[in-house]
Design a protein around this ligand. Sequence first.
Ligand code: SAM
Length: 383
Amino acid sequence: MRALQIVDSNLTTTRLSHVDSVYSLQQLGNTQDIRTAQALKPAPAPAPAHIRSQRQMIDSHGRTIRDMRISITDRCNFRCVYCMEPDVRFASRESLLTTREIIRMARIGESLGIRKIRLTGGEPTLHPELTAIINGIRESTSVEIAMITNASLLTRKALREWHTSGLDRITISIDSLRRDRFARLTRSNSSPEEVVTGIKMCIEQGLQPVKLNAVLIRGFNDDEAIDLAQLARDLGIEMRFIEYMPLDSAHAWDSSKWVSSAETREAIERSFQLISCDSNDHSSTARTFKFADGSPGGIGFISPVSSPFCGACSRVRLTADGKIRPCLFSTTEWDVLRLLRTNATDEVIANFMIDSTWTKQATHGISSPNFHQPERSMSAIGG
Ligand code: SAM
């Protein structure tokens, strides 16, 4: 069993074993509850009858929901500076969706038009029943199953098991290739080498396309755009730069730390010329580019701050504690856990999902003067 070490801001270290860490991580925190102060509403008003009768999730701005992100745990073995504070407190074990509930929500989601499910967290590979979750979703749906992970805990055996059980694709987050910086950024004792090994194992396992995500923060890792682009070339896969969003549990985001996609692109193009290869998939979050010199791999830019793609959004999120969030930046969420635990029928839950997504806000409004950062951090929502 592999041991992990969590390093908090006081440089206190806590050793955790891989499997035990799922629930023992909650012992770490005692001051901050990532779940509080969100406007939790038990039930949305019914969507109009003509919407309900279509048996699809359509919002009041005309967008149809096809992608569901399911956070299967709020626990994480990293404490990325832009996401989760070291003293975060997790939801109680009883309030987390069970494997059976996750699979049921996936099945109902597919009956309402969901085509792709992304398993996220927290860190999904910490979930002790991940294989059963993948297997259950595969057996009861034909959706594409994707997962996003920090890749620090991957093993060949686990990847083979998940792939055979029905996992189609994997995305891996890697924000720095420098050991000391990686440790400071993730506040873990994991290393970039470990993550790169994990990425190579995913490629070998055929979980294609393997994609990488990086968040650049000014003054922290914004000088690594070229090195990360080089990694994409070396591995022949896509590296996607996500603009830093105000979704950190410390609420320390400010525009001076934010690096625009345009600036990152400019930095990369000083070394590698890029050619746009955007597809017609308007709901795609990334603008994609290939290398003009024909090198394998590519670059994507996800620009929620500088060029919001809300108009084409097709996503809904289900948090690990059973709340539906129609938008990443929702300040209201809908409690489906209560229904799941009170013998509600699939029909009742499906209507609840239709009604919840009908309320999806038009835009996230980050640049609006009235913007309010959601209480939950990205890891508590499910990124
Ligand atoms: N633990 C997994 C991982 O590391 O990929 C899955 C959860 S993580 C919350 C999902 C994604 O959210 C990661 O790619 C991470 O970089 C991104 N993320 C977290 N906080 C963010 C923020 N404030 N702004 C932009 N992206 C963020």
